[in-house]
Design a protein around this ligand. Structure first.
Ligand code: SAM
Length: 283
C-alpha cells in the first residue's frame, strides 16, 4: 500500500474534466504542456487574439517561481514550502528545484483542482517529505488548520508560502486581509512569494491589461484580475520586500526582471510587462 493511501482517498472523483475549462490546464497549455483539453486551448486562443504573446505570460511566471525557490533555499535557508495553487506537476516543481540544493526540503502542495490533486498524489506517492492537499487557498483558516499541513510543516521554523500565479484568480477586494492571515501564521524569518497579473498603468500598457482581463473574466475560466502596483504590494502587509536586483530597493518588479539568470539580450514584449512579482520577508 502507498504510505499516502488515506490522503489519496480524500481527492474528489475526477469525472469528466473535458467539459469545463480549468485554470491549471489553461496554464499548462500556455506552457506547451499536453495535460489540457480543447476547451482549455480555446480560452488561450481567445486571449491570444488580444495578446499574441500570452504564452510568455505563463513562462515569465513559471521561470520566476524557479528562481525564487532557488533563492529561498540557497540564500534564505528555507527547508519548508507551502505551495498554494501549485498547478499540474510539470518539469521543475518546487520540491525538485529546492532539493538540488537541500535534499531534505519538505513541500506541501495545495490546489483545489481535482486533476492537479490526483496527478500530484501520483507523483508524490512514495515521497515522505512532500504531500498534496485538496483545499481552497482563498480560505486561509482552513488551509492553516489542515491536518496534513500542520503535521508535515513546522510553523515555528522558517517556512516559505508561495502564491505564484494564484491571487489574480481571487476576485474579492479583501485579498490583503486574506494574506494577512497567512502572514500572521508564519514565523519571523518566513517568506511570502507572489506573482500576479499586473496592470502597469501606462497609457501604452493599461489597455492591453484590461483587454486580457476582459477575455479571462468572460471566458469559461471566469477569473484573472490585473491589479496595480499598490494593490499587489498590498498583498504583503507588514513584510520587508526583498530587493529584486542589485542596488535596488525592495519593491514589486516584473517577473522577468526579478534577479534574471543572465543579461537580457531581447527587449521584453508588452505581455511580459503585465506580470509582476515580489518576495517578502517577515522581520
Ligand atoms: N503556482 C503554479 C505556478 O506558478 O506555476 C501554478 C499556477 S496556475 C496559473 C494557478 C493554480 O491555482 C491552478 O492550479 C489552480 O487550480 C489553482 N487555484 C486557483 N484557485 C484556487 C483556489 N481557490 N484554491 C486552490 N487552488 C486554486
Amino acid at each position: 500500500d502507498s504510505p499516502k493511501a488515506s490522503e489519496a482517498s480524500s481527492a474528489a472523483p475526477l469525472g469528466d474534466q473535458s467539459a469545463r475549462a480549468s485554470i491549471a490546464r489553461v496554464y499548462d497549455a500556455a506552457l506547451g504542456g499536453t495535460d489540457n483539453f480543447e476547451i482549455d486551448r480555446q480560452v488561450l486562443e481567445q486571449v491570444r487574439k488580444v495578446a499574441p504573446e500570452v504564452n510568455d505570460l505563463a513562462w515569465s511566471n513559471r521561470r520566476f517561481l524557479g528562481r525564487a525557490v532557488r533563492f529561498l533555499t540557497d540564500q534564505g535557508g528555507i527547508r519548508q514550502f507551502l505551495d498554494c495553487g501549485s498547478g499540474l506537476p510539470t518539469a521543475d516543481n518546487t520540491h525538485q528545484i529546492a532539493r538540488r540544493i537541500a535534499p531534505a526540503t519538505r513541500v506541501v502542495y495545495v490546489d483545489n483542482d481535482p486533476a492537479v490533486v490526483a496527478q500530484s498524489e501520483a507523483l508524490l506517492a512514495d515521497d515522505e517529505l512532500c504531500h498534496v492537499v485538496d483545499a481552497d487557498i482563498f480560505q486561509p483558516a482552513r488551509v492553516l488548520g489542515n491536518e496534513t499541513i500542520r503535521s508535515h510543516l513546522d510553523f515555528s521554523q522558517p517556512l516559505a508560502l508561495l502564491q505564484v500565479g494564484t491571487l489574480h484568480h481571487y476576485a474579492g477586494d479583501d485579498g490583503a486581509e486574506l494574506m494577512r492571515q497567512y502572514i500572521d501564521a508564519l514565523p519571523v524569518g518566513g517568506f511570502v512569494v507572489i506573482a500576479h497579473f499586473f496592470d502597469p498603468q501606462t497609457d501604452e500598457l493599461s489597455p492591453l491589461a484590461r483587454r486580457m482581463e476582459q477575455v479571462f473574466l468572460h471566458s469559461p475560466m471566469r477569473s484573472g484580475v490585473f491589479r496595480t502596483r499598490a494593490q499587489i504590494t498590498g498583498f504583503l502587509p507588514g513584510l520587508d520586500i526583498v530587493p529584486p536586483g542589485p542596488d535596488r530597493q525592495g519593491e514589486l518588479e516584473l517577473c522577468d526582471l526579478w534577479w534574471p539568470d543572465g543579461p537580457r539580450l531581447r527587449p521584453l514584449n508588452q505581455v511580459q510587462r503585465c506580470i509582476a512579482a515580489a518576495v517578502g520577508r517577515k522581520a
